[in-house]
Design a protein around this ligand. Structure first.
Ligand code: SOE
Length: 397
């Protein structure tokens, strides 16, 4: 019998469902050195978290994360709560000797991210592992793109175009949520989806951003508070106007330029107002010998342009990244049977369990998350300074 790795997850929203899928499926497709068990799910509402635990396959439920992270029968704490609680939970769990997986963005500020990174690095010296949840690194096509670029298949990287486009906030009637409140989320599109664009661009190219220049905009400044119409929840389903509105305190759209430490240039878009785009994370890398393009809305494919081919035969070729030699794919289905959004969470769980068992330092680390947070902070400072170029703190560490 393999040793169990007893997991507690804090949070039972959208990412709670996604991470639960990862923990549930990973041991059934990958031969893991430790057997993760879904032991405790923590939420805020007793009935709600009990229902989520039963639906997602957790043994117990709790509303007290402080008690859970101290339990001797828990080895891993997986944090899938809004960003304003990441630091407190992660620090308590690391100091209690638990391995920690934390959803992105690492924290709502660079100051919090610096403290978390310091505590994580001290814990690593005691054999405690920590990892950040940038799961798009764990799509076979993006990992394969990183391999091709590292091998020099597109030559020197000169330009990166990264965009993450959604449209769930286009309708002004879309209600207020924690993602629209700066004290809960830290920022809007910039941190929620811009963080993914920054991390994925750097992961695929192996480059780091050194300075940025950006602009943020908020188009809908007030949103209805769900259930606030005069007749309560029941009336909310009708056309009754909501009685209360809340202030939106974050960006709807973030646009920025970046110069990588290598000298390469990048353009970045993060928008939740991109009408018609549902979850369109795209990264295109232009090099001296070719180009590579990835689109999350077609996540099993990668486009490769080889400029060394005979001029008359050049063109973007579409690679279906489902061969057994592609990252993680051999655990799943035969070529062409396609993977989905949720497989990245199974790959994440697999990689974290392997790192805990082997003692290797998992990536992305909290230090990687700190760097992304510093990029986001620099974009915010630039936007406040009318788009002036701002150095990314931490420079070439
Ligand atoms: C935003 O709607 C969101 O849920 C992000 O928070 C996730 O990180 C992204 O993977 C999907 O979109």
């Amino acid at each position: 019998m393999r040793e169990r790795l007893r997991v507690a997850m804090v949070g039972n929203g959208f990412m709670g469902a996604a991470h639960s899928q990862g923990w549930r499926v990973a041991p059934r497709f990958f031969d893991l050195p430790l057997l993760p068990s879904m032991d405790v799910l923590v939420g805020r509402n007793p009935a709600g978290v009990a229902a989520s635990a039963e639906k997602w396959g957790w043994r117990e439920s709790s509303v007290d994360w402080r008690e859970v992270v101290e339990r001797d029968d828990i080895d891993v704490v997986d944090i899938v709560t809004p960003g304003d609680t990441h630091a407190e939970i992660a620090i308590a769990a690391l100091e209690a000797g638990k391995h920690v997986l934390c959803e992105k963005p690492l924290a709502n500020s660079s100051a919090e991210a610096e403290t978390m990174t310091r505590v994580a690095e001290a814990a690593a010296a005691r054999g405690i592992r920590s990892m950040l949840g940038f799961t798009y690194r764990r799509v076979p096509a993006t990992a394969f793109a990183r391999q091709l670029i590292a091998e020099g298949r597109i030559g020197d990287v000169r330009q990166v175009r990264a965009s993450y486009l959604q449209d769930w906030l286009v309708d002004p009637a879309s209600p207020m949520t924690w993602r629209l409140q700066k004290d809960r989320a830290g920022s809007g599109a910039l941190g929620d989806i811009g963080a993914h664009a920054v991390d994925l661009a750097e992961y695929m190219t192996g480059l780091r951003l050194g300075r940025v220049s950006g602009v943020l905009a908020t188009f809908v400044r007030q949103r209805p508070i769900a259930g606030s119409s005069s007749g309560g929840i029941a009336a909310a389903a009708s056309d009754a106007p909501p009685a209360e509105y809340g202030e939106v305190t974050v960006d709807d759209v973030a646009l920025f330029r970046g110069r990588f430490e290598s000298g390469a240039l990048g353009t970045f878009e993060a928008s939740r107002m991109a009408t018609g785009r549902k979850n369109a994370l795209r990264v295109e890398v232009s090099g001296s010998l070719g180009a590579i393009a990835f689109d999350l809305e077609d996540l099993n494919s990668l486009e490769l342009y080889d400029a060394t081919e005979p001029a008359g035969e050049q063109g973007f070729k579409k690679i279906i990244v489902t061969e057994p030699e592609h990252p993680w794919v051999s655990a799943w289905w035969p070529a062409g049977h396609m993977l989905g959004y949720e497989h990245g969470f199974a790959h994440q769980a697999r990689d974290f369990v392997e790192a805990i068992a082997t003692g290797e330092a998992p990536r992305p680390s909290f230090a990687d998350g700190l760097h992304v947070q510093r990029v986001l902070d620099a974009v915010e400072h630039s936007s406040e300074g009318d788009g002036a170029w701002v150095e990314v703190a931490g420079g070439a560490d």
